[in-house]
Ligand binder design. Structure first.
Ligand SMILES: [Fe+2]
Length: 625
């Protein structure tokens, strides 16, 4: 029996999923099993990781479908706030009086908003929605976001994150239109929080710097891995573990780690923006190695429990594409699938899908390519709108009525080492730009990586950029035998494309200053090849990626190379651009050479130069990430 009766046998079921009040608020709209729209709030408010109620994202989703809130059948929130409150209270009591300060800091928001969510959600929907509000559990939402849009009829599910209500990881089984969670791991024992503790200790921001820590790992040796295994963890064969809590402070304090942790790892935490030393590189390599070991053990256990052929992953830890690459290489499962928004933003979509299938009991149609539509679920903007903006701003642009000459001109610019802002189609859902809101460059150029980092992104980076590769050429460049449409798999550059290091380059690789190491070319596509020859790959196909695919194909026609650099269209600390106006502002605010807004092309050389102060003020308008 479905738990929620269908509103009417003939009416489509319209479900709005929401995630909010933690980080990465988002909204997603599903109508009769089709994912109509999904977007993160940060893109509209221009506040990175915005955690407020996703008012703008909701408006956008409803607008995209041409409906109003009173036409919704269900509104679903992605976790259960009362259970979360229960965890907060119990943790406080367990650690009292040590946790009093953090408890007191968390309380006002709980009392004002989080404990009254139904009221709050109704208020934000302007009183138009009068039906029940559904609450799914945090890991049910993650599991649903991983399985229901996947290309599998049946699959094991593994979710891993910081913490939901109580759970920090789960193993489940998805079959048809149902998922069942079979096993969970509970707070404070959390792989996500363990990784975040090292992120914090290495001087990066928790909940956003994890990606940097993963990128730092290949520079280090896993010297501390044994200490982590022996002192911080009691790891079991099934991948479950207990953390030795005297080393961590996240349960009761305002920081992730404390004195005991410092004693174990040779001194204080690195302060943000200070020089990265070998210790941080070794710590990153160590926690990455231990994370991979835990993920592999959990996956093996999921295989034992379910006997399934395939695996779906979600939760913040599923964004660790290096661990995903290891899972794939270990061949525990025949294939794995990870949604583009594997973190909490994706919980909004998961909550909506969970309601549709599990509660309303709608039959599920499996799409062999997955049901995420290439993650292109956000707003798009038409030619008229774009030209009106450009005319109003009196900027010089070239309009192309036909696609072929436009692509030829852009590919030509790319191969002349120009940096191209590429804005087309619907915005991506999830943290990665996938060719709709991207900055592109020529991966063959050894200078490109540092150029793009310093002139465009305004950062010193030790991370290479990611490649977008024609799907049919991926196996020629990389050791990968399947698609990676959401840039969530890492694989090595094939030996045939690697280059031997000269004696001088080898000695540069021992330079304590990472900046010297990062610029040593490792392959014939150096800007996208990491120091250990790995690359986080996006495979691009014409049916999913349309014009972006045709651009790379044109670049290949001109150069013989079916790969471009793809980095997100933003500067440091800025959310990825959403509107043509955001893109224009970013283009003028940094040293990008070309901007493509659908059919319009703008050359920087033809625009009046912004003053240094104007550019600096643009950069200052975003906090460091
Ligand atoms: Fe989560």
């Amino acid at each position: 029996m479905p738990l929620i009766a269908l509103a009417s046998a003939r009416m489509p079921t319209r479900i709005l999923g929401l995630s909010a009040f933690y980080h990465d608020s988002a909204a997603a709209l599903v109508i009769d099993g089709e994912i109509i729209a999904a977007a993160q709030e940060e893109r509209f408010t221009r506040i990175k990781h915005d955690h407020e109620f996703p008012r703008h994202a909701v408006d956008y989703c409803l607008r995209e479908a041409g409906i109003t809130a009173d036409q919704l059948d269900h509104v679903v929130f992605y976790d259960k706030p009362l259970l979360k409150f229960d965890r907060l209270l119990e943790t406080y009591l367990g650690y009292a009086p040590a946790g009093l300060r953090s408890f007191m800091m968390a309380m006002p928001l709980w009392l004002k908003t989080k404990l009254h969510l139904p009221r709050e959600i109704r208020r934000c929907l302007e009183g138009k929605y009068r039906r029940r509000i559904v609450f799914t559990s945090h890991h049910e939402s993650h599991a649903a976001s991983a399985f229901f849009p996947s290309p599998f009829e049946e699959a094991a599910i593994l979710t891993m994150d910081g913490v939901g209500e109580w759970d920090t990881a789960s193993i489940g089984l998805g079959k048809g239109n149902r998922i069942e969670l079979l096993k969970t791991l509970e707070f404070p024992h959390s792989l996500g929080l363990l990784y975040s503790a090292f992120t914090y200790f290495c001087g990066f921001k928790v909940n956003s710097g994890e990606y940097k820590l993963m990128g730092l790992a290949p520079y280090g040796e896993p010297k501390y891995a044994d200490i982590i295994r022996e002192r911080l963890l009691d790891l079991r064969a099934d991948g479950s573990f207990r953390l030795e809590m005297r080393y961590f402070q996240y349960a009761e304090g305002l920081t992730m780690t404390g004195r005991e942790f410092e004693r174990l790892f040779g001194g204080r935490a690195r302060s943000a923006e200070s020089m990265i030393t070998q210790r941080e590189m070794d710590l990153a390599a160590s926690i990455q190695a231990v994370t991979e070991e835990i993920v592999v053990r959990m996956a093996r256990h999921a295989k034992e429990l379910t006997g399934a052929k395939y695996l779906c992953l979600a939760g913040g830890v599923a964004l660790n594409c290096v661990a995903n690459g290891v899972l794939l290489r270990d061949r525990i499962f025949e294939d794995i699938w990870i949604p583009s928004a594997a973190g909490d933003a994706g919980g909004a979509l998961g909550a909506a899908l969970f309601t549709l299938y599990q509660l309303v009991d709608q039959p599920r149609r499996v799409n062999a390519r997955d049901s995420l539509k290439g993650a292109l679920l956000g707003p798009s903007f038409g030619d008229t709108e774009i030209r009106a903006l450009l005319d109003e701003r009196a900027v010089k642009y070239h309009h192309f009525a036909d696609e072929a000459p436009l692509l030829a001109a852009v590919a030509e610019a790319l191969r002349s080492e120009k940096v191209v802002g590429w804005f087309q189609g619907r915005m991506e859902f999830g943290p990665r730009a996938l060719g709709s809101r991207s900055i592109l460059g020529d991966p063959r150029s050894p200078a490109m990586q540092s150029q793009m980092n310093l002139r465009i992104k305004y950062r010193e980076s030790f991370r290479p950029f990611a490649p977008s590769c024609l799907a049919e050429d991926a196996a020629e460049y990389f050791e990968i035998d399947r698609e990676s449409p959401y840039m969530l798999l890492v694989a090595d550059v094939r030996p045939g494309h690697r280059v031997e290091l000269s004696a001088e380059q080898s000695s540069a690789m021992r330079d304590p200053d990472l900046r010297s190491r990062v610029n040593v070319p490792r392959s014939d596509i150096p800007a996208v090849t990491h120091v250990d020859y790995s690359a986080r790959i996006q495979t691009v196909t014409e049916d999913r990626n349309g014009r972006y695919y045709r651009l790379i194909r044109e670049f290949k026609r001109q150069t013989g190379c079916g790969v471009v650099i793809n980095t997100s269209f933003n500067i440091r600390g800025e959310p990825i651009v959403c509107t043509p106006e955001d893109a224009l502002r970013c283009f003028l605010g940094c040293d990008m050479d070309l901007l493509v807004l659908e059919n319009c092309v703008l050359y920087k050389s033809e625009q009046p130069e912004l003053s240094a102060e104007e550019k600096a003020s643009y950069v200052r308008s975003f906090g460091l990430d």
